[in-house]
Design a protein around this ligand. Structure first.
Ligand code: HEM
Length: 193
C-alpha cells in the first residue's frame, strides 16, 4: 500500500508541480479556473475543474509514475510480425503507449488541451492512456488518487506561487517511481489574496 498508494501519487504531484512551473501559460489558465470559485474547496467545486483534470491527464501521459505492468497471454496473437503464444508473460510499457504519434499529436509536447472535449486524443483508440493500467486489473485507487491530486493542486494553485530552484538536475529516475534524480527543489511563497 505504501508503494501503490503513496509513491505513485507523490510522483505525479511532483511532476505536476514541475510542469506548472515550466509552463506559466498553463498555470495561468488553471489559476483563472480556480478563481471562479469562492469559499473553501468542496466536492461540488471539485466536479467543475475540467482544465485541472486535463493537466493531470497530460502529466499522467508524459510522466507515468509506474513504468510498466505484466499480463499473462490467454490467447496467442501477432504483434508487429512477432507471434506471441498463449501462456507467455508480456510487459506493457505506459510511456511507449503514451508516445505513439498515431494517437498523440506532437507526443513530446506538454499540451493539456489534447484532452479537451474538442480534441480528446486518447479516445480514438482503447487503452491509449494507461498510467493507471487498464482492463479488469486497473488501479484500485484510481478515483481516490485523482481526488487527492486535485485537492492538493487546487489548493496550491489558489494559494501559492512557486518557481524551480536553479542548478538542479531535472533528469528522471524510474526507481522506485518516476522522480527527478535529486528530488524537486522549488521556492514556494504564499499568494497575497
Ligand atoms: C497517481 C497515482 C497512482 C498511479 C499512477 C497508479 C498506478 C497503478 C497501476 C499502473 C496499476 C496496475 C494496473 C494494471 O496492471 O492494469 C495499479 C494497481 C493498483 N493500485 Fe494504483 N496507482 C496510483 C494510486 C493508487 C492509490 C492511491 C491506491 C490505493 C489507495 C492504489 C492501489 C492500487 C492497487 C490495490 C492496485 C492493484 C489492483 C489489482 O491488481 O487488481 N493505487 N496502480
Amino acid at each position: 500500500m505504501l508503494f501503490a498508494g503513496h509513491e505513485t501519487t507523490t510522483s505525479m504531484l511532483i511532476s505536476t508541480i514541475m510542469c506548472l512551473a515550466q509552463y506559466p501559460d498553463v498555470l495561468a489558465i488553471a489559476r483563472s479556473e480556480q478563481a471562479q470559485f469562492s469559499g473553501d474547496l468542496d466536492f461540488e467545486q471539485m466536479r467543475q475543474m475540467p482544465y485541472l483534470s486535463q493537466i493531470l491527464k497530460e502529466v499522467e501521459r508524459l510522466y507515468p509514475p509506474v513504468a510498466g505492468g505484466f499480463r499473462g497471454v490467454v490467447k496467442p496473437f501477432e504483434f508487429q510480425g512477432y507471434q506471441v503464444p498463449a501462456g507467455w508473460k508480456v510487459l506493457y510499457q505506459m510511456k511507449a503507449a503514451h508516445q505513439d504519434s498515431d494517437i498523440y499529436n506532437n507526443p513530446d509536447q506538454f499540451d493539456p488541451d489534447r484532452f479537451s472535449p474538442e480534441r480528446n486524443e486518447n479516445k480514438q483508440v482503447d487503452f491509449s492512456l494507461v498510467g493507471f493500467g487498464g482492463g479488469q486489473r486497473i488501479c484500485l485507487g484510481l478515483a481516490f488518487a485523482q481526488l487527492e491530486m486535485k485537492i492538493v493542486m487546487a489548493q496550491l494553485i489558489r494559494h501559492f506561487d512557486w518557481t524551480l530552484s536553479p542548478d538542479q538536475d531535472l533528469s528522471m529516475d524510474r526507481i522506485p517511481s518516476l522522480h527527478p534524480r535529486s528530488g524537486l527543489k522549488v521556492k514556494l511563497s504564499r499568494r497575497v489574496a
